[in-house]
Ligand binder design. Structure first.
Ligand code: G3P
Ligand code: CA
Length: 284
């Protein structure tokens, strides 16, 4: 009898396991998130692109993250690099090997940077970006394919903590983390509930979310990032009713930015942070 009672108590306690509330995002602000830096004007994910985004007063610098064989967190979009028409996974290369391949053929140059900022256009590690801007900038970091890199979440949090306190300035968190990978975000939430998390989505058709979706999301996420084609005022309202922010990507045209503000979005990912900041000021 005692055993049955203890068993029932155990099941009850497991059922009652509480995780911390998701961490809040800034209120009453429309965040300008510089997508891969000011990537309309300089090669994406480079110091040149992040310098421009910082000068343009973006609220956040957006970075995509992978991890090399020797454990370096590295800022780039794809999970592989193409060399001699072969795709080599980032996870199979050391940082030095990856950088050598990347900088050998870094991709097309943007006109504004031609001949001006060559030394700022190479592959960079997360550490290099953090060291350059420190706590003067805020970072909106995407774990791109965390399944490829076991332990990436722990390594990222340790690196952020060793660099600075995770406390943001005033109402603005210093770090926001984002991923399409729900399990990775849930893992981070358990490890470090003080970091606001954004669940990313991409839809071909108008999406629909039910109460069960919202119950799951609100356990770990502070908001969502979603392709702008899938966004409507109704969708934004629905997320707000559940206490979740909405950040559409990638919004580059003035009219589109105005519409997102009118619909009540909480920020945008944009390749043109100068335009984002301009429209935001006009609309205030
Ligand atoms: O992180 C939001 C958005 O950037 C997701 O798409 O492919 O540009 O990383 P991608
Ligand atoms: Ca991204």
């Amino acid at each position: 009898m005692k055993k049955i009672f203890l068993f029932i108590l155990l099941i009850f306690l497991i059922g009652c396991e509480q995780t911390a509330e998701p961490s809040p995002l800034p209120e009453d602000n429309f965040l300008i998130i510089a997508h891969r830096g000011a990537s309309a004007y300089a090669p994406e994910h480079t110091i040149a692109a992040y310098d421009l985004a910082y000068e343009m007063q973006a609220d956040y610098l957006e970075l995509d993250l992978h991890q090399t064989k020797d454990g370096q967190l590295v800022v780039m979009h794809d999970r592989f690099i193409v060399n001699q028409q072969k795709e080599i996974p980032v996870a199979d290369l050391t940082f030095e090997e990856l950088k050598a391949l990347h900088d050998e053929s870094p991709g097309p140059r943007k006109p504004v940077s031609q001949g001006l900022q060559g030394e700022k256009e190479g592959l960079v590690s997360l550490q290099e970006v953090l060291e350059r801007f420190g706590s003067d900038a805020n970072y909106y970091i995407e774990l791109k394919s965390p399944d490829d890199y076991p332990g990436m979440e722990e390594d990222l949090i340790a690196q952020l903590k060793s660099f600075d306190s995770l406390d943001g300035k005033q109402n603005t968190p210093w770090i926001i983390l984002q991923s399409f990978d729900r399990k990775s975000l849930q893992r981070i939430h358990k490890l470090e509930p003080n970091i606001p998390l954004i669940q990313l989505y991409s839809f071909d058709k108008p999406p629909s979310f039910n109460e069960s979706d919202f119950r799951k999301l609100t356990k770990y996420a502070s908001g969502i990032g979603i392709n702008q084609d899938a966004v409507s005022k109704e969708l934004i309202d629905q997320f707000h009713q559940h206490g979740l922010d909405v950040h559409p990507y990638t919004v580059n045209e003035k009219e589109e930015i105005r519409q997102m503000i009118e619909w009540g979005a909480d920020g945008i990912f944009t390749d043109r942070p100068d335009i984002g900041v301009e429209v935001k000021q006009e609309e205030r």
